[in-house]
Write a protein that binds this ligand. Structure first.
Ligand SMILES: Cc1ncc(COP(=O)(O)O)c(C=O)c1O
Length: 402
């Protein structure tokens, strides 16, 4: 099955597009123009590469997790996005977009955040470039991710509490869009995942694709050293909230003979109404500016998603993922809260790495009985972020006092 780029209106077949109010059309058209120039501009790309290297610490390692590999009977490599500056993959995109904001002459940055990692990344780059920054965050997420709220404040950002709806990422995104419509003249909306109207899903994907480009080269180099002829991994696994770390890892491999697996949050279980498994349980619809699979009622009302992990707790998913599901190129599966907590502890104890709860969902797939991973397979898992922000949640879940 051949893979496609979005068409000029930002559609991947029926998914994607620009479903925004009239007032935002000039801003997203300008963004598309500036981005298209920047993509082919060597000085823009050099500035971004330099920031990724010297500010964020890229390339991130591809680490062979030998203890869990031994236990599982296949080879697991962890792409260590948790080792980026600020502790997650979100900074790859934030650095790229802040350069676009600068090119567009905007002096105010807004963002939405769920787990707070994108908020922290945005507050960080805004501080680095001397720009004003406002981050919208749901009340429930503010409670779950207190540490990140304080980090954003320390970085000079204003965190605005959103108390409508489920008080999570969906509602924070609604508020950020409202702010953008009102202040579009001087404000740049720095979207944190491969969602929203075109050109955002394409821009965020391109900035996150550094994950897969590096992983491909690192894997091939390792295999060459071992001289065993396997230049490509067998399976790639990543968690899917909006889908940016997953598409970032998968993108360089879409035309290769490599199995790709996205793991969503099954919360309390797919048979309950408490999950965030958009791909498994969702239907076609429009949310936050683009068409994708969505958790919705028969009447088209959004169903409030649930996951223990704030970064996966979103009722939609990127349009490119929706397309990749529709053509059968990527498999979408899910892991429950229980499985994620179990994996959090398993990787901590066996590899000495505390993973984010989001990433713990991807890791959980390694242990699922029906995962169809062959003995001796080479598997790369995107360890999208570090788990410090989740330690108190894990303690509560395990009924432990910190
Ligand atoms: C560490 C981490 N991983 C994954 C995600 C999910 O986002 P995405 O699907 O865009 O990678 C988040 C979102 O906040 C996150 O903080």
């Amino acid at each position: 099955m051949s893979y496609k780029q979005p068409d000029k209106h930002g559609h991947f077949d029926k998914f994607g597009g620009k479903y925004v109010p009239e007032t935002l059309i000039p801003a997203i058209n300008e963004l598309e123009k500036i981005y298209t120039e920047a993509r082919d501009d060597a000085s823009f790309q050099n500035e971004l590469s330099s920031l990724l290297k010297h500010y964020s610490g890229r390339p991130t390692p591809l680490f062979f997790a030998h203890r869990i590999s031994q236990e599982l009977g296949f080879n697991v490599y962890l792409k260590r996005e948790d080792l980026n500056h600020t502790g997650a993959h979100k900074i790859n995109n934030a650095l790229g977009q802040i350069l676009l904001a600068k090119k567009m002459g905007k002096n105010r940055i807004i963002a939405e955040t769920g787990a707070g990692m994108h908020g922290v990344a945005t507050a960080t780059v805004a501080a680095q470039f001397g720009l004003k920054c406002v981050v919208y965050m749901g009340e429930e997420d503010i409670h779950r991710q207190k540490l990140n709220v304080f980090r954003m404040n320390l970085l000079g950002a204003e965190v605005r509490t959103v108390s409508s709806g489920s008080k999570t990422l969906k509602d924070a995104t609604n508020e950020a869009i409202r702010d953008w419509v009102t202040n579009v003249e001087d404000t740049y909306y720095l979207i944190g995942s491969v969602v929203g109207p075109h050109p955002y899903p394409m821009i965020v994907r391109d900035f996150q694709s550094v994950i897969g480009r590096e992983a491909k080269e690192q894997f091939a180099n390792r295999q060459q050293l071992m001289d065993n002829g396997h230049k490509l991994p067998s399976v790639l696994i990543a968690c899917v909230g909006g889908g940016s770390n997953a598409i970032g890892l998968f993108h360089s491999f879409l035309d290769d003979d490599v199995r790709l697996v996205g793991v969503e949050a099954a919360g309390h279980g797919l048979e309950t109404d408490k999950h965030a498994a958009t791909m498994t349980k969702g239907e076609f619809g429009v949310l936050h500016g683009s068409a994708s699979y969505l958790l919705q009622t028969e009447e088209g009302q959004i169903i409030l998603p649930y996951s223990i992990s704030a970064g996966l707790d979103y009722p939609g998913v990127g349009p490119e993922h929706s397309y990749l599901k529709s053509i059968g190129r990527v498999e979408y599966v899910s892991a429950t809260d229980d499985e994620a907590i179990d994996s959090f502890q398993w990787i901590s104890k066996n590899e000495g790495i505390l993973p984010a709860l989001e990433s713990s969902h991807a890791i959980a797939y390694l242990k699922q009985r029906d995962n169809n991973i062959q003995a001796d397979a080479n598997v790369i898992v995107c360890l999208s972020g570090r788990g410090d922000k989740d330690v108190h949640l894990v303690a509560d879940y395990l009924d432990k006092k910190i």
